[in-house]
Design a protein around this ligand. Structure first.
Ligand code: NAD
Length: 487
């Protein structure tokens, strides 16, 4: 079995305990992981805290921070195949996706490398004579980063990149499910030459490792990606250290199709939106909201595409849908499908697991046209599309917004004035019109409501890893007058 290590204070180590990682394609253990518990968390946070104030990092000019980030990006590119294969092996995400996504990961690091020396403060036109006032932008401090299993290299890059550009130090907690790629990535951080303690990478279980990290007194900010229930724990933990939080949570994103849309193109986008990453994507377009007049035709196209999807080994370049990441995830999907069928949903296709090893599940479409259904409300986080239909534009908008989530939405229509109207009315952090699941380092990403708060990507994400310091400088040599009068 392959063995992986934690990376704390510039050194690789075995962790306080060890656990086995399961290959989702076979259901069998394939690697041994280091389990960080409270003592490792303490060491990692102390290292990050020390590196924030002492040693080379706080004195490094911003341009040099940028150069280290460029180097890291180049190392990600040079090691892309290995990282992609590890992510596929440990999480079941298909290799054609992990190898494409790793190129993006390098792009995110390059984008933030370029921003490192463009984070400016300000000089304020203060309303008092003989006084100069500046706003300095300083790193927010020690950041705890907690990520889920899906796309760990990507979901950590959107945190590590801007945090390093801003000058923060950090402890990154990889998910206990599939931590291999992130633990391997720590080696690239080391090779790039970041000072010890600036980036620490650990893994461990939520209630022990994640909790100890998010409530640690020396953590200043928690950047969390995961489910809303876990986010509640994280927010409760932050009541102890009063750290600020950014939360990137789940979704139940509507995918609205009008009768005038290019149905073939919309169907391809819908397939990408729900079956890519085996549906384990926070922005999965998991609620199809389709105009009644074209519903049957659209479902026919989708059914044919879903049944033609190549299910298989995630390490095979031809495979389109791989296994789910964990047995637990498949059990969650099966239970939610059973409740939805009991509530009246009809199976259009799928709703079963193929024979054999691994945590596979067939691409599934559930018609929930009859009304309310758990399938339209709760997140499957798997390859399951739930279908609702509408007659009017107002009804489409009402269905789209009938959710406590608010991460993303897709809108397919050729009528651009309608697209503009709806784009304004949809409650979501991202609206894709006649496209779906497009991302870029330049475009912010994040949601409302149960989908969390804060934005990743773009310049604004860097500012979230800074705080301002207001500096007042009196420019007069005259003695300070009456000390009892506030000026
Ligand atoms: P999860 O919430 O179970 O776990 C996420 C991370 O939190 C893991 O590292 C876990 O160890 C840790 N954790 C668990 N309990 C904790 C605790 N008490 N304190 C601190 N940390 C704790 O999420 P998951 O099931 O691994 O991933 C699926 C969820 O993530 C879905 O809801 C999905 O939509 C969401 N997600 C959101 C985005 C986004 O950017 N919005 C991206 C990917 C996934």
């Amino acid at each position: 079995m392959q063995r992986f290590q934690c990376y704390i204070d510039g050194e690789f180590g075995d962790g306080e305990a060890r656990f086995e990682s399961i290959d989702p394609a076979t259901g069998r253990a394939w690697a041994e992981m280091p389990e960080a518990r409270k003592a490792d968390v303490d060491r990692a946070v102390e290292a990050a805290h020390k590196a924030l104030f002492a040693g080379a990092w706080p004195r490094l000019p911003a341009t040099q921070r940028g150069k280290l980030l460029y180097k890291l990006a180049d190392l990600v590119t040079a090691n892309a195949q290995k990282l992609a294969e590890l992510e596929t092996r440990d999480t079941g995400k298909v290799i054609r996706e992990t190898s494409a996504q790793i190129a993006y990961v390098a792009d995110y690091y390059r984008y933030y490398a370029g921003i490192a020396d463009k984070i400016e403060g300000a000089h304020l036109p203060i309303d008092k004579p003989d006084m100069d006032v500046w706003l300095r932008r300083e790193p927010i401090g020690v950041v705890a980063m907690v990520v889920p299993w899906n796309s760990q290299l990507f979901l950590s890059a959107v945190k590590i990149g801007p945090a390093l550009a801003a000058g923060c130090t950090m402890v990154v907690k990889a998910s206990e499910d599939g931590p291999a790629p992130l633990l391997e990535f720590a080696g690239l951080v080391h090779e790039a030459g970041f000072p010890a303690g600036v980036v620490n990478v650990i893994t461990g279980f939520g209630p022990s490792c994640g909790a100890a990290l998010s409530r640690h007194p020396k953590v200043d900010h928690i950047a969390f990606t995961g489910g809303p229930e876990t986010a509640r724990h994280v927010v409760r933990n932050s009541a102890e250290n009063l750290a600020s939080t950014s939360l990137e949570l789940g979704g139940k994103s509507p995918f609205i199709v009008f009768a005038d849309a290019d149905l073939e193109s919309a169907a391809n986008a819908q397939v990408a939106g729900i079956f890519a990453a085996t549906g384990q994507s926070c922005v999965a377009g998991s609620r199809l909201v389709v105009e009644r007049g074209v519903k049957d035709r659209f479902l026919e196209i989708l059914k044919a595409k879903a049944e033609a999807v190549r299910l298989g080994s995630p390490l095979d370049m031809a495979t389109e849908v791989g296994p789910l990441a964990t047995r637990r995830q498949r059990e969650h999907i099966e239970a939610l499908i059973a409740r939805s069928l009991a509530a009246g949903a009809k199976v259009v296709t799928g709703a079963s697991a193929p024979e054999g090893d691994g945590f596979y599940y067939r691409p599934t479409i559930l018609d929930c046209a009859g009304g309310r259904s758990p399938a339209l409300e709760e997140e499957f986080f798997g390859p399951v599309l739930s279908v609702a239909s509408f007659e009017t534009e107002a009804e489409a908008l009402a269905i789209a917004n009938d959710t406590r989530y608010g991460l993303a939405a897709g809108l397919f229509t050729r009528d651009l004035t309608r697209a503009h109207r709806l784009m304004k009315g949809i409650r979501a952090g991202i609206v894709w019109v006649n496209t779906y699941r497009a991302v870029s380092p330049i475009a912010p990403f994040g949601g409302f409501g149960l989908s969390g708060h804060g934005r990743e990507g773009g310049m604004a994400a860097v500012l979230d890893y800074t705080r301002t310091k207001t500096v007042w400088l009196r420019t007069s040599d005259d003695p300070i007058p009456d000390p009892f009068v506030m000026r």
